[in-house]
Design a protein around this ligand. Sequence first.
Ligand SMILES: [Fe+2]
Length: 205
Amino acid sequence: MNREILFPTPVYMKMVKDPKKLNKYLYPLIRSWSKKDKGEEKTNAGGGWHSKTDMNFKAEYKPLTEELFDMQEEIYKDYGMEPKPGLGNMWANINYPGSYNKQHLHPNSQWSGVYYVKVPENSGRLFVEDPRPGPNIILPRRKEGLPRALWRVVIYPAIEGQIIMFPAWLSHGVEMNESKEKGEKGWRVSISFNFIQVDKSLKPR
Ligand SMILES: [Fe+2]
């Protein structure tokens, strides 16, 4: 017999060009920002720090936003979108040991994602859930070892220097940081963002 997979949910992953250099540059900026600014309360739970969401307008983060645009433009080609993406907002997260991000999605955006700056061992992984209502109501008993495309929840390890992008409507969250490291060594640092689709009349980049 033949089979088609309809209505797929794409998740894209890409390493930046020089992860060590970029993270060495980004980490002190984010650390000092977190000392000066008490941040916002969003999906961050358990005491994690969530910066303000205007990070995309700060010139010092251009080395990262350039990488994000490059990847988003590749996605536009792969997914057949046009004309151009715009970076709607961006923010930094520090998940101290014991903190996590509640399950959520990103309204009014097209693509959302994360970039990993600092990831201690056992500091929490990203999980995404089957976005379709049907399979979440009917949960048949199934065999072990099915292909990933048929799972209901998929977990991605956090990898320093990696960008992950997924549709903004895909429900996701971050596990609790269970690092045993003391002080800053136990901090999990990431940057989240939302891309929108811009009109031809707007300057995209
Ligand atoms: Fe998110």
